[in-house]
Design a protein around this ligand. Structure first.
Ligand SMILES: Nc1ncnc2c1ncn2[C@@H]1O[C@H](COP(=O)(O)OP(=O)(O)O)[C@@H](O)[C@H]1O
Ligand SMILES: [Mg+2]
Length: 253
């Protein structure tokens, strides 16, 4: 069943058509990748899907509901959560606290009340803490729960960010370049982690430059070039697609 449907979506920045009449679907339970040279429009598309930007035209349907006009907060509360190309962790907060922030999307009392330490939030706070610890264990970083998040090596910070997104219990997780800045070993581990997350029933849409990772874990790949979709297929077919090869070789010259 289709979980996300992007239909003829366009976005222009001044004279630049960043995303052009773009359509594709993401099936529930799948891992789908968006690839393309720098400047192809991948991050812009993520911003459009997750409500950080409004499309000029087109429709975005998530779980059967048109979400084009919803704010990013409302979209998150409906079960679509993202990470960013550049890590955005809160400095001065522990790994656990960073993940707990994500969890507050679902809490009744809200983050502010939690920060103010109001009595009626204590119980809820404890529940959030337990759930967040569970997520850290699942991601294999439970041992770092009380470390300051930004003091961890870069690869682990990426995993903390994913933990924070998972704390919202998303149905759809958008990952913007999860392997950026990771070495080969860490990239392999990230691949396993993404497959594990899918195994938990979370659908994944990722933007990624590391082709070995994309080809290994994705069910389907969408290729963008100058804001347009030039191919959409299974990884093996994408690797043989002449237009895709041309775009990538051209990018290297
Ligand atoms: N907020 C913005 N204002 C103006 N131009 C932008 C903005 N965001 C992205 N762009 C431009 O849109 C194009 C697509 O960018 P982006 O979506 O970041 O590509 P990618 O993530 O595929 O590298 C680029 O030419 C970029 O310079
Ligand atoms: Mg980008």
């Amino acid at each position: 069943m289709t979980l996300l449907s992007v239909r003829e979506v366009s976005k222009r920045f001044g004279g630049l058509q960043a995303v052009s009449d773009l359509s594709f679907d993401v099936a529930g339970g799948s891992i789908k990748a968006l690839i393309g040279p720098n400047g192809a429009g991948k991050t812009t598309l993520f911003n459009l899907i997750s409500g950080f930007l409004q499309p000029d035209s087109g429709e975005i349907v998530f779980g059967g509901e048109e979400i084009r006009k919803l704010s990013s907060c409302r979209i998150a509360s409906r079960g679509m959560v993202r990470t960013f190309q550049h890590i955005r962790l809160f400095p001065g907060m522990t790994v656990l606290e960073n993940v707990m922030v994500g969890r507050h999307v679902h809490s009744r009392s809200g983050f502010l009340a939690g920060m103010l330490n109001l009595p009626f939030t204590w119980k809820e706070e404890r529940r959030i803490r337990e759930k967040s610890l569970e997520i850290l264990e699942l991601l294999g970083i439970g041992a770092f729960a009380l470390s300051e998040a930004t003091s961890l090596p870069y690869g682990r910070q990426r995993i903390v960010e994913i933990g924070r997104a998972l704390a919202c219990e998303p149905r759809l997780l958008l990952l913007d370049e999860p392997a950026a800045g990771l070495n080969m070993r860490e990239t392999g581990e990230m691949g396993k982690l993404i497959e594990k997350i899918r195994g938990m029933g979370v659908t994944v849409l990722l933007v990624e430059h590391d082709m070995s990772l994309v080809m290994k874990i994705s069910d389907e790949v969408v290729v963008l070039s100058y804001g347009k979709k030039i191919a959409e297929d299974r990884p093996l077919s994408i690797q043989k697609n002449r237009e895709v090869i041309r775009v990538y070789l051209g990018d290297d010259q």
